[in-house]
Design a protein around this ligand. Sequence first.
Ligand SMILES: [Zn+2]
Length: 252
Amino acid sequence: MYQQIVVLTGAGISAESGIKTFRDQDGLWEQHHIEDVATPEGYARDIDLVERFYNSRWENLHSGEVKPNPAHVALAKLEAEFPGKLLVITQNVDDLHERSGSKRLLHMHGELSKGRCPQSLQTFVLREPFSEDNCCTCCIPAKRLRPHIVWFGEMPFGMDRIHDALDTCDLFIAIGTSGTVYPAAGFVDSANHHGAQTVEVNLVEADRHSQFQYHLTGKAGDIVPQLVDTILAGETVGNQSFNQQLASALSA
Ligand SMILES: [Zn+2]
């Protein structure tokens, strides 16, 4: 059985829960230019626009239309039942992993449900939308909270902890994120370099440049529960028994 597992989740797992996270071909993000709503410069230029953008995403997340799917639930089950170490790293800013019960979780790109004091960097759970009245309680005078989101040009959170985990894990799984684009591309290189098995789960066929050793193609909600069950049964990826279990589960 594995001793230490690192899981990376990306936009694909949230898309199966109805969250619009994909940037379209025109470089627009829900009708906005990315540089206007997802950069520190855009925020400095027009705070109200950026706040409206994140407030509408926050409302979508709490609309009742969005809920965790079986892949989120399976990862929470893995955390509850796997006796070794586990870290789930997510590129997603929604809280669908938390809603499923995941706790050993690192939001490398921040969280839609939090605001941050620009001075102390303390985070606050958002109980109301962003506005000039939604301020920190750590400073005098209080500072207007900014979205706790990693924007373009900013450093993702937890990179030291991520690299420590990748250096010592024996299984790295990426779900719903392209294996050839950073940061996943760098993560799989690191895990491979340290001798881990590496697996990607994606809706589309693996890119031929993918560095992952194993590729599982299909919906995360179909594949991840089976993957978790076979790992918890003590199987290792790539052995015959694992492949047979997964294949029969997916064709059932
Ligand atoms: Zn403050």
